[in-house]
Design a protein around this ligand. Structure first.
Ligand code: CIR
Length: 254
C-alpha cells in the first residue's frame, strides 16, 4: 500500500523562506484549498494520506519533503539547510518511526529532501545552499552498504535539485538545462522543460501515475508527446512560497 505523509499549510506561511523569488502576498485560504485538492488527488491515486496537523509557528512546515527521505529500507531524517526549518524534523521523525528504521544527518552536514532525487537504487543529491558535501558523504556511508549509488550534482539558479530535475519514469528525467547540467544525466532519456516554463521540471510520481502543475501546459504537452501522461493540478499559491509538487508529500510503500 502507498502512504503519503502531508501537513496542513501553516498560518505562518507568509513568513516562509524565499531564495529566488520576490515575496508576494499568499492567500492562506486559497493555499489551503489547493493543498486539500492535492491530498484528495493523492487519495484518488491510491495513497493512504496521513495529514499531520498544522504547525502554526513553522512557516515552511507544509513542505514535508525536506525534513526526511524515505527509502524502502530506512528513512533519513535530514538536518535542513535553513535554520528556521530544523524544528520541523521532530514531528516528521515521530510520523515515520512506525514505518521505517530512522537514521539522522549529523552536523556539520545539512540536507533538504528537495535536493535528493531517487531513480531505482541511485540517489542524485544537489549541492546547494541547503545541502552540503558533508551530508552527501554521510548519505553515501550509510547507503552504500544497502546497494545505493550516491551521486552529487551542481545546481544553479533555483532552490533545490528537484526544482531543476525530477524522474518522470524509471528511465526518464525531466529537467531545465539552465539549472542543472543535462550531460550528467545521459544514462537516462532526457526531456527538457519548455523554455518559457523554467519551473516546470518538478513532476510528482504517485505509483504508476504522475501529477503535474496546471501552470505548465507546454511542458505537459512535451511529456505527453514522449508518452508520459500526467494529471494536472493547480498548485499556484504554494509556488509563491517556492514550493512545488514533490515538496508537499513523503510517499512510500508499506
Ligand atoms: C523553503 O525555502 O525552504 C521553502 N519556502 C520552500 C521549500 C520547497 N521545498 C522543496 O522544494 N522540496
Amino acid at each position: 500500500m502507498l502512504v503519503a505523509i502531508t501537513r496542513a499549510v501553516s498560518r505562518a506561511i507568509t513568513r516562509c523562506e524565499l531564495t529566488h523569488l520576490e515575496r508576494t502576498p499568499i492567500d492562506l485560504e486559497r493555499a489551503r484549498a489547493q493543498h486539500r485538492d492535492y491530498e484528495a488527488a493523492l487519495a484518488r491515486l491510491g495513497c493512504k494520506v496521513i495529514s499531520l496537523p498544522e504547525e502554526p509557528e513553522l512557516p515552511d512546515s507544509v513542505f514535508v519533503e525536506d525534513p526526511a527521505i524515505v527509502l524502502d529500507e530506512l528513512a533519513i531524517i535530514t538536518r535542513p539547510g535553513a535554520e528556521s526549518r530544523r524544528p520541523e524534523t521532530a514531528t516528521i521523525r515521530a510520523a515515520l518511526a512506525p514505518h521505517r528504521p530512522l537514521v539522522e544527518i549529523e552536523a556539520p552536514g545539512i540536507l533538504d529532501g528537495g535536493d535528493v532525487m531517487r531513480i531505482g537504487k541511485t540517489l542524485w543529491i544537489g549541492v546547494t545552499p541547503r545541502s552540503n558535501p558533508r551530508a552527501i558523504a554521510q548519505m553515501r556511508e550509510r547507503l552504500a552498504p544497502l546497494g545505493y549509488i550516491v551521486n552529487s550534482a551542481g545546481v544553479h539558479g533555483c532552490l533545490h535539485l528537484k526544482t531543476a530535475i525530477t524522474a518522470a519514469s524509471d528511465d526518464t528525467v525531466l529537467l531545465n538545462p539552465e539549472w542543472v547540467d543535462a550531460g550528467l544525466f545521459s544514462q537516462y532519456r532526457v526531456l527538457t522543460v519548455d523554455p518559457s516554463e523554467p519551473s516546470a521540471a518538478n513532476l510528482l510520481r504517485v505509483g504508476e501515475h504522475a501529477l503535474f502543475p496546471t501552470a505548465f501546459p507546454k511542458t505537459r504537452a512535451r511529456l505527453a508527446q514522449a508518452g508520459i501522461e500526467t494529471i494536472p493540478i493547480d498548485a499556484s499559491e504554494l509556488a509563491k512560497a517556492e514550493g512545488a509538487l514533490t515538496c508537499c508529500s513523503l510517499i512510500f510503500t508499506v
